[in-house]
Design a protein around this ligand. Structure first.
Ligand code: GLC
Ligand code: CA
Length: 549
């Protein structure tokens, strides 16, 4: 498992969603000076890499995932000087800086697009994907991810442009070498400013079939049909990623993690197998609704094995249960009521016991939970609004439509960070841009900071353990059979060190099989530390234990 860029294996990444992390000027919107003021929290946790969701200039149709200036900072988030100060302070603390690169599409307010749409023969006319109308209508039946057609008509050109996401996110035309060069030189510019890595957004869609055939997938309630199988993971996309690697990633030794729209181990390996020279690791994306409806501990265990087998010889893994596109992990996979604390710790202990680079999403380290807003108007996420709309079109009642939106909404993960029990959770002195979860009086960082048995302290211990244990950071993985789908056993070994962990992924008790119980193992960590720790092989609900054997 040796790799050229070994330092990537020692990262523990913390993802900040800047809009919701810390407001510094009372406008209700998190910002870069706010992040700077909270670096002590990250240092206390012990992480060594910070992934910032997009902070570039953006009209915020999709909260920064619609960029109108790649070499500028969003006004609401501060200035380039603020970014420089944040980057310098991170480096001083030994924290790498990872930027979120959104290059499948830009904003429709990007100067390239403003020019591109004016005529068919301006210098930027081929920076986006333009097609003539077909029989007076859209070029094909493709749906946009956020609802409606993937095509938008522009009278000035008498043509449609293609947008996989919202109509304010036109797809960039990667078939155009001039566009590719613009992107590569922009990336180079950021690297020279001190960026250590990139998380590359929606990267499996870069290449499109130039004839744009109709999609045969069943239509959405609004009549349009997803084109995913036609545009996902095409060989042309891999060629563009390799260009990116040759031009920027390899020469500058930057860490890279691609967001790939697949959970299939073999498919993911095509992006991260080291021989292919594409990414260091991949973040698999599955739509929240699919994850909610299909996940199970059994499937997770199988996925862990498959992902491991696919890359153990020649690759690496990004490990996460949460990000800004998913429900809160303790609400989705754990139990955010009676087993809130132990299940949050169990999830953390399971994830950090796996091979790969762990990713912690803001608020996860204090067990933040999902939030159901009472009205659809309270939501900001375009996905939630579209889900609501599609359900209404399909004939559901507003109540049912709202429930569906509440369940899948990405706002579950985007409510402001809960720092303390003061008004607005210490996030802002103004009116927060998105409602704060009322449970902040109980669930907040201040409460947990000095409590040795808190979820926060569990994360701290796990991160420290990963730094001191080569078995965790480099070791092989074995998944001994436990006879139960919900009882996970993970064995990690490296150079004579062996860690064995058990995770009861269930609200029912579970027994470690006698043959697996370590004879003279030292307990390193237990999810029941507040209750006195590990008491024997009869595991309690969501009990997790890590042994050194
Ligand atoms: C990625 C991002 C998501 C965004 C989408 C479009 O999936 O994680 O937040 O909406 O790409 O950029
Ligand atoms: Ca602010």
């Amino acid at each position: 498992m040796e790799q050229k860029k070994d330092w990537v294996k020692d990262l523990i990444v913390y993802q900040v969603y800047p809009r919701s992390f810390q407001d510094s000027n009372g406008d209700g919107i998190g910002d870069i000076p706010g992040i700077l003021s909270r670096l002590d929290h990250l240092s206390a946790l012990g992480i060594n890499a910070l992934w910032l969701s997009p902070v570039f200039r953006s009209p915020n149709d999709d909260n920064g995932y619609d960029i109108s200036g790649y070499r500028e900072i969003m006004d609401e988030f501060g200035t380039m000087e603020d970014w420089d100060a944040l980057c310098a302070e991170c480096h001083k603390r030994g924290i790498k800086v990872i930027m979120d690169l959104v290059v499948n599409h830009s904003s429709d307010e990007h100067p390239w697009f403003l020019e591109s749409k004016t005529s068919r023969d301006n210098p930027k006319s081929d920076y986006y994907i333009w097609r003539d109308p077909k029989n007076g209508k859209e070029p094909n039946n493709w749906a946009s991810v956020f609802g409606g057609s993937a095509w938008e008509f522009v009278p000035e050109r008498g043509q449609y442009y293609y947008h996989l996401f919202s109509k304010k996110q036109p797809d960039l035309n990667w078939a155009n070498p001039a566009l590719r060069e613009e992107i590569f030189s922009m990336m180079e510019w950021w690297v020279k400013k001190g960026v250590d890595g990139f998380r590359v957004d929606a990267i499996s869609y870069l290449d499109k079939p130039q004839d744009f055939p109709d999609s045969a997938e069943p239509p959405q309630p609004d009549g349009y049909s997803f084109s995913s199988s036609l545009i996902n993971g095409r060989p042309g996309t891999h060629a563009y990623i390799r260009d990116m690697n040759r031009r920027v990633f390899s020469p500058y030794n930057v860490m890279t993690v691609g967001e790939v729209a697949s959970k299939d181990a073999e498919e993911l390996a095509r992006y991260v197998n080291t021989d292919r020279e594409e990414f260091d690791m991949a973040i698999p994306f599955v739509a929240p609704i699919v994850e909610i409806n299909t996940w199970s501990p059994k499937k997770m265990k199988q996925d862990i094995q498959n992902d491991y087998d696919a890359l153990k010889e020649n690759g690496w893994w990004a490990r996460f249960f949460s990000n800004h596109d998913k429900p809160r992990q303790v609400s989705l996979y754990g139990n955010d009521k009676e087993y809130w604390e132990v299940s949050a710790k169990m999830l953390a202990m399971l994830l950090h016991s796996l091979p790969g680079t762990p990713f912690v999403y803001q608020g996860e380290e204090i067990g933040m939970t999902n939030m159901r807003f009472p009205y659809i108007e309270d939501y900001n996420d375009p996905d939630a609004k579209n889900t609501y709309h599609q359900h209404i079109l399909a004939g559901d009642t507003p109540d049912v439509a709202l429930k569906e939106a509440q369940m899948i909404s990405r706002d579950n993960a985007r409510t402001p960070m809960q720092w303390n029990a003061t008004e607005n959770a210490g996030f802002t002195t103004g009116k927060p841009w998105l409602g704060i979860n009322p449970n902040y009086t109980k669930i907040n960082a201040e409460n947990q900071k000095n409590d040795p048995h808190s979820i926060f302290s569990c994360y701290k211990a796990l991160i420290a353990l990963r730094k001191s244990s080569p078995a965790l950071s480099r070791g092989d993985l074995e998944i001994p059979e436990t006879g139960s789908d919900t009882l996970f056993a993970l064995k990690r070994s490296y150079n004579g060190e062996t860690l064995l962990s058990f995770h009861n992924f269930s609200a029912e008790p579970s027994k470690i099989p006698a043959a697996l119980v370590p004879q003279n193992g030292e307990v390193l960590l237990s999810s029941y530390d507040r209750e006195g720790g590990y008491t024997g092989p009869n595991l309690r609900p969501y009990e997790s234990v890590i042994f050194r054997v």
